[in-house]
Ligand binder design. Structure first.
Ligand SMILES: *Cc1c(COP(=O)(O)O)cnc(C)c1O
Length: 412
């Protein structure tokens, strides 16, 4: 065999030889805001200039009238669920392929996450599966726009209208993504975003929840701030809420990041598309790219492929190991198993080994019996490639070459 074709795994030359130039996510813009912040008398979020700047920058991109900047994406999602004021035992349909942050708030609000299966190509909730999951107890749908690929909001909002359901959009992975030209988060009743370390933009940890719905908007701040009323200055909580406040240091960094978001997103999109184009040109057998509607904008937080089982003489994990040896920044799948497969769901261990909701007869949900075959197959076949502004066109091209090289090696 030609030595250049030998896998790096077997001592051959690596396909990815280019080195990324030093890339630093934070710079002068963040430093300027942080420096101004140090001169402030207070670092409290309420009426803080950094928090105000964050909201102003955010609203340039997302026309949401009421917003609560908060401590994490998980916090934003919990605030959103709480703001719906669903009675205990209410069912919220969501995706089994997501971060724990999507379901934590549902469980804390004594509601029941109901997992509907995903579309095998987009990896987002399949509208037909949502329909099948609806019961008399369904009150809401939590849509997850996975990896930067927008969900089918037209179909989902039609279902919601038909069944009188509320919709929360989990946009944590989909900064900059657009469905039919409109940014994700502007379709449902509430939109949630994450600013954690690993997302398109970051302030270490942070989140934002927003809405244009006057039923929920005016209460959003209270739901993330002990139900204190900052507007009137009153402390007279009508109900139970955690403290999920952001603070000025986070907001300072987040505001600077938000201003850079359009440029960051366009880099992600350019690199993601380039990778898909190159792989399509090379024709990697057995490798399925994500389905992206040409009318939509995938913002490529990462790029998730599937390697069809049996298409090559290797398993998905062997393929990924070979890719890694070639120098590709990739991982097998996304999460190790669907969310319902995690021990806390399998054991219904939500509150000290108990699930009071079930013990009180308010739900008969048994997560041990849940199966979402598309989600399970996708996670078993998935290969995710990290996309980030730290990469170059050359690295992307060599990444595509690595896929082709490894697939050729393991061809049937
Ligand atoms: C990251 C993420 C969250 C949680 O965000 P945190 O800021 O880490 O709490 C929620 N949902 C999805 C889909 C995510 O990717």
């Amino acid at each position: 065999m030609n030595n250049a074709l030998a896998l790096a795994l077997h001592g051959g030359p690596r396909a990815v030889t280019a080195h990324a130039p030093t890339h630093h996510r934070w710079g002068a813009e963040e430093r300027e805001r942080l420096s101004a912040m140090v001169d402030q008398r207070s670092l409290f979020y309420w009426q803080g200039p950094q928090t105000a700047a964050l909201l102003e920058e955010f609203r340039q991109l997302y026309a949401l009238r009421w917003c609560m900047p908060c401590s994490s994406g998980t916090a934003s999602l919990h605030i959103a669920v709480a703001a719906l004021r669903l009675p205990p035992g209410s069912e919220v349909i969501t995706s089994p392929v997501t971060d724990m942050g999507s379901v934590i708030g549902i469980l804390y609000q004594q509601c029941v996450p109901v997992f509907a299966d995903i579309d095998p190509g987009t990896y987002n909730l399949d509208p037909a599966a949502i329909r099948r999951a609806i019961t008399p107890k369904t009150r809401a749908i939590m849509v997850v726009h996975l990896a930067g690929n927008p969900s089918d909001m037209e179909a989902i909002m039609a279902i919601a209208r038909e069944h009188d359901l509320l919709v929360i959009e989990d946009c944590a992975q989909s900064w900059g993504a657009q469905f039919r030209g409109t940014p994700v988060g502007l379709f449902g009743h509430l939109a949630c975003y994450s600013l954690n370390e690993f997302k398109h933009i970051s302030c270490g940890d942070g989140g934002i929840v927003g809405t244009n719905d006057e039923r929920f908007g005016p209460t959003l701040t209270k739901w993330g701030d002990k139900h204190y009323d900052r507007v009137s200055g009153g402390r007279n909580p009508e109900t139970l809420s955690p403290n999920y406040r952001i603070s000025e240091p986070q907001a300072a960094v987040a505001a600077a990041q938000m201003r850079k978001l359009p440029a960051i997103i366009s880099t992600h999109i350019r690199l993601g598309r380039r990778l898909l184009d190159r792989i399509a040109t090379l024709g990697v057998s057995g490798l399925l790219p994500p389905t992206i509607d040409p009318r939509d904008t995938h913002s490529f937080w990462f790029c998730l492929f599937r390697l069809r089982q049996g298409a090559l003489r290797c398993s998905r994990d062997e393929f990924v190991a070979a890719l890694k040896a070639e120098g590709v920044a990739c991982t097998a799948g996304y999460i190790p198993r669907p969310v319902y497969g995690y021990p806390l769901f399998q054991n219904h261990d939500f509150f000290a080994g108990h699930w009071p909701l079930r013990e009180a007869g308010l739900t008969s949900m048994d997560y041990r019996t849940v199966r979402c075959p598309n989600a399970e197959a996708m996670l078993a076949e998935g290969i995710s490639v990290a996309i980030s502004p730290a990469l170059t066109d050359e690295i992307i091209d060599q990444t595509a070459d690595a896929f082709a090289k490894v697939a050729r090696h393991f061809a049937l």
